[in-house]
Design a binder for this molecule. Sequence first.
Ligand SMILES: C[S@@+](CC[C@H](N)C(=O)[O-])C[C@H]1O[C@@H](n2cnc3c(N)ncnc32)[C@H](O)[C@@H]1O
Length: 165
Amino acid sequence: MAGAYPKITVDGFDLDPDVVAAATQHAAETGMAGRVRFAVVDAADPDLPGAYDLVTIFEALHDMARPVDALRAARAMLAEDGSVVIADERVEDEFTAPAPDPDRRAYGWSVVSCLPSVMGDPETAATGAALRPATLAGYAEAAGFGRTEALGVEDEDWRFYRLLP
Ligand SMILES: C[S@@+](CC[C@H](N)C(=O)[O-])C[C@H]1O[C@@H](n2cnc3c(N)ncnc32)[C@H](O)[C@@H]1O
């Protein structure tokens, strides 16, 4: 985003210090250190400051133990007229058996990675990588958003959503 829009500034957050260190190094190597900052932050922290025009969570909401808290925090960080854009796995609208390949892949990743990383939290939502549109809309509503729109971005692997206060 910072590469495409030279006038914006970007703050990136992740729980994992190694991820933040790698991203910080990448920003420096691409000459963006002045406009792009990364920090070790829990996205579900209710006290996160900010007045952002856009908050994005790309392929990470289903990896968060408390996705509703994270969306509530994202909503609180918006400037007036700001919005939240989520990208997450493109899976079917509903479970079907036998599951098609993208859903099978999502369940496989859930078992080996996405679920083990969140099951230590006693209040985990235990979402897994098969984050279906209705589940996301329910999380958004619980977090206080008024509307969830599916964005018309055609992509084999991802669905994009815009959440409006
Ligand atoms: C599948 S990775 C995606 C990372 C990146 N968005 C990408 O597309 O490459 C999910 C990331 O979510 C991070 N994460 C999980 N829970 C989090 C939380 N509560 N706050 C911030 N980051 C979190 C993990 O540390 C992990 O790096």
